[in-house]
Design a protein around this ligand. Structure first.
Ligand SMILES: Nc1ncnc2c1ncn2[C@@H]1O[C@H](COP(=O)(O)OP(=O)(O)OP(=O)(O)O)[C@@H](O)[C@H]1O
Length: 262
């Protein structure tokens, strides 16, 4: 069996913020190794550092210490265009003010490949149409994005990332505005994309029960350590015990989910 290619890894990474009056370390010693073909969910309580980590991995925030490697090369050896061909990013706060059609927003995903060209190639169109069909946006493609619901816009932004056709896709809480049906559908789309198109997909999520059922791996961030592994290994290692400070929310191993104990 071929060993899957490592797309993104970190070594003793420290994330946080540099301000005029000092450095604020959020998490230290993060060691991750993300492979091709995997859907990986990043889990952790509010304020633990998920967004900070994702934005550091994409190069938006500088790391405080340690290394980030993309396909074996240090992150900061890539320029912006090179990085945009390797990582697509779907973040939480987004543009609704623009007057742009759904199709045109998805088309923006092709920008790193267009260079000075204004016309689309067959390959550009293939990926735009694939993204539209993956996210079932056929009926919305001519609508203006400022006329979409939050959930619809979230699907369009995911489609833009799919159209970008990068080997790594990073999404910050992509399911936050979606109803349960669309959350499940989104997870299935991302899993199919990861497994069939051999993408590395890392998404942060508060839908832990769903993430445990549908991800190939999970990363669990806690104050003192971070865990990465298959969902069953995470459960076995008791990483979800005392996960929430409220002791009435307990993890049930048999059911692979959190339950309320009154
Ligand atoms: N610009 C900033 N400067 C200093 N501290 C910040 C900054 N942005 C976020 N933080 C702090 O960093 C910590 C981690 O925040 P982050 O947004 O990464 O957490 P999160 O796990 O994504 O949270 P949530 O689940 O609530 O979205 C929090 O304590 C937050 O207050």
């Amino acid at each position: 069996m071929n060993t899957p290619l490592i797309s993104l890894s970190t070594k003793n990474l420290t994330i946080g913020y540099k301000h005029k009056n000092g450095v604020l370390k959020i998490l230290e010693n993060i060691n991750l190794s993300l492979s091709q073909g995997q859907l990986i969910s990043l889990l952790g309580i509010n304020g633990i550092g998920k967004t900070t980590l994702l934005r550091t991995l994409t190069g938006e925030f500088p790391s405080l210490e340690g290394e980030i490697n993309i396909f074996g090369k240090t992150l900061n050896t890539y320029n912006k265009t090179e990085l945009a061909k390797l990582i697509s990013v779907v973040l939480t706060e987004q543009l609704t003010a623009f007057s742009l059609s759904v199709y045109d927003l998805i088309r923006i995903g092709r920008t790193p490949f267009l260079g000075w060209r204004t016309t689309l190639t067959v390959e550009d169109e293939y990926w735009i149409n694939k993204a539209i069909s993956y996210c079932t946006l056929e009926e919305l493609q001519n609508k203006q994005i400022n006329q979409l619901s939050d959930g619809q816009l979230q699907r369009v932004l995911i489609a833009r990332a799919i159209a970008q056709n990068t080997p790594i896709i990073i999404l910050d809480e992509p399911a936050s505005h979606l109803d349960f049906h669309h959350k499940v559908a989104l997870y299935r789309i991302l899993k199919k994309l990861a497994n069939e198109e051999k993408k590395t997909i890392l998404l942060s999520s508060h839908d832990i029960n769903l993430a445990l059922q549908l991800s190939d791996q999970v990363i669990v961030l806690k104050k003192s350590f971070s865990f990465q592994g298959k969902t069953k290994e995470a459960i076995k290692s008791k990483v979800f015990d005392n996960f929430f400070s409220d002791s009435s929310i307990q993890f049930c191993e048999e059911q692979m989910r959190f339950i309320l104990k009154e």
